[in-house]
Write a protein that binds this ligand. Structure first.
Ligand SMILES: Nc1ncnc2c1ncn2[C@@H]1O[C@H](COP(=O)(O)OP(=O)(O)OP(=O)(O)O)[C@@H](O)[C@H]1O
Length: 586
């Protein structure tokens, strides 16, 4: 990931030649000044005036070097981290739903922000400091050898304790830092949850409860962080004491050399001790990077039979079924389908289900809450593959979902999802204009006319015309707040704008819409049912008015189709549909 930055990093490293040389000359120059003074300028040393002028010129050069090194390393480090963040974000978005079900948004966000931040610190500030400290320690040691080889070798005795200390602490430091990051993720998760639903928090008068929960989460993370800092402080203090023991030794050398020697010893000690501190930071960053790369390296389970997974697929495909899907109405066959969510492997959600929808058919899927209606939509779009479930019973027969006679596993996941347009139960609007939300996912092939036409058919224009900015009105968290019915109509328009789709799945809102919205949503749905003959429609229906317009109705009970027929047939027979009508639909 940092290959393209090697030149910049190399250039930054090269500046150390200048900056470190200047710093390393200082003690030598001081020694010369002392010898010059003791000898009253007769036998040795260099005139302080000459030295001062020379050093000033060199310091200016070194200043330039410091400037360039800091700048170049910061640029390279920031670019690397930006790349890591972008890759991580992309890989999170492409993860399987079964994987994402097990993650908290806060933890994922924390990896994307605070973990990445730690890594950024290591790759920028710490990288500069580390390079400098290494060169300076080596340089100072070289100068020590030059000044007094015997004393220099005695000074080396300080190194083993530093290495032992570092080894002792680094592993524990990494484990603890991983814990800190995990706890921070949990705290972020709590905050994310409450901040995403401020209205519910307020109406439940849960501000104090949420504050205390968050405070406890943060306190736990901070307590662990202080423990980590304590450990790092012990490491730094230990190495500082060891390193500074060097100047205590002395031998028979001139006063000037002794001063130089002591200064080089201090220089080496200071740099060795700062290397330990940098090392501590790098260990903390390495804990953060483990969390980042662990997430990035996890591969996706939803793999198409073409052999590449979700992450690598491109939108284009040579498959005639997927290249021009809208030209064909799609038939759907579901055979012996059984499914349990990977997060709840003991609970069968779909139970040996069979269902056939002819191309262009309109099927209303009805059933009690939790009977598995929405799950069918998730399986059709391959958010989950049935094999995700390791606890499948041996006696369960091979299941298949086929679209146009072809198993959905043989479609590329992205091609498949483009063939199926979904309106979910709780439509989500993203930050942006209403227009952006209608063409979400079909940016390349949605013309202005098709957007307006979709908005018109979904009765979006009825309320948008009252907004001063029309379709350009901003919505989402900070934009115009829309009603449930208005959001639903935008979601329906989004579905209609996708001209590649040959299947529509509409998960009807269970929550009550106001009378006007209800009227418009129903009118839009009716129009879709009757006018969109090119599409196969699955309507997960909760309202009688929607069900009436379907060509057939499937009644689901505990993940099984228990009744199937037209509205006329089912409403006159005793059975599950009749019961459902009595208890829920009417
Ligand atoms: N991501 C998930 N992980 C684990 N279990 C889930 C998941 N989504 C749904 N379930 C469970 O699967 C069962 C069927 O849920 P599903 O959403 O398909 O029902 P539904 O018929 O659409 O209900 P409703 O009419 O209330 O929307 C429920 O018991 C639900 O708790």
């Amino acid at each position: 990931m940092n290959k393209s930055e090697w030149t910049t990093i190399g250039l930054a490293a090269s500046t150390l030649v200048v900056t470190s040389s200047v710093t390393l000359i200082l003690p030598f120059a001081s020694g010369s000044v002392i010898d010059y003074t003791i000898a009253s300028g007769e036998n040795g040393g260099t005139s302080p005036l000459v030295l001062a002028s020379g050093l000033f010129a060199l310091s200016s050069l070194a200043g330039g070097g410091v400037y360039l090194r800091t700048l170049w390393l910061a640029k390279a480090g920031n670019r690397i981290v930006a790349r890591i963040k972008q890759r991580l974000y992309s890989s999170i978005l492409r993860k399987d739903s079964s994987f994402l079900d097990r993650q908290t948004t806060g933890d994922l966000l924390s990896r994307l922000t605070s973990d990445a931040q730690l890594l950024q610190g290591a790759l920028t500030t710490q990288a500069v400091a580390g390079m400098r400290a290494t060169v300076m320690s080596l340089g100072a040691f070289g100068m020590l050898l030059y000044t007094s080889p015997t004393l220099a070798l005695v000074s080396c005795a300080t190194l083993p304790p530093i290495f032992i200390l570092t080894r002792h602490f680094s592993k524990q430091l990494k484990t603890r830092q991983e814990r800190v990051q995990k706890l921070l993720g949990e705290a972020t998760s709590l905050a994310e949850q409450a901040l995403s639903h401020p209205t519910t928090v307020k109406q439940s008068v849960a501000e104090t409860y949420e504050t205390v929960r968050y405070r406890n989460g943060v306190a736990a993370a901070h307590a662990e962080s202080v423990d980590t800092a304590h450990m790092q402080a012990q490491l730094e203090a230990g190495s500082h004491i060891s390193a500074n023991a060097a100047p205590l030794r002395h031998g028979s050398i001139t006063a000037g050399d002794l001063t130089g020697f002591v200064m080089y010893s201090l220089l080496m000690a200071g740099n060795l001790s700062s290397m330990t501190s940098i090392y501590g930071e790098v260990v903390r960053a390495s804990a953060a990077s483990s969390r980042i790369f662990e997430l990035m390296d996890q591969s996706s389970n939803v793999v198409s039979s073409k052999g590449h997974n979700d992450y690598n697929t491109t939108v284009s495909s040579t498959d005639p079924n997927t290249n021009n899907p809208s030209q064909r109405a799609a038939s759907i066959e579901i055979e012996n389908l059984s499914f349990r969510y990977p997060s709840r492997p003991d609970v069968p959600v779909i139970n040996n289900l069979n269902l056939t929808i002819p191309a262009g058919g309109v099927l209303a899927l009805v059933g009690a809450s939790g009977s598995g209606k929405s799950t069918i939509g998730s399986l059709l779009t391959r958010l989950y593959d049935t094999d995700d479930n390791n606890n499948r019973n041996k006696d369960e027969t091979e299941s298949a979902i086929r679209i146009n006679g072809k198993c959905i596993r043989d479609y590329d996941p992205q091609d498949l999802r483009q063939m199926i347009s979904v309106v979910s139960q709780e439509p989500i609007l993203f930050r942006g204009s209403i227009r952006d939300n209608i063409r979400y996912g079909v940016w390349d092939n949605a013309s202005e006319e098709s957007i307006i036409e979709a908005a018109r058919q979904a009765y979006v224009m009825e309320f948008v015309d009252d907004f001063p900015d029309g379709l350009d009105t901003l919505v989402g968290q900070t934009g115009m707040q829309l009603s449930g019915g208005q959001r639903q109509r935008i979601a329906i328009a989004r579905m209609l704008a996708n001209n590649k789709a040959s299947i529509y799945i509409m998960d009807e809102a269970t929550s009550a819409l106001d009378a006007q919205s209800e009227h418009y949503v129903q009118s839009a749905l009716q129009k879709i049912f009757t006018e969109h003959s090119g599409k196969t429609i699955i309507s997960i229906a909760h309202r009688l008015s929607t069900i009436r317009h379907a060509t057939s109705i499937a009644v689901l009970q505990k993940g099984k189709v228990v009744q199937m027929g037209t509205f006329e047939e089912l409403s006159t027979q005793e059975g599950a549909f009749y019961e459902l009508m009595k208890t829920q639909l009417l």
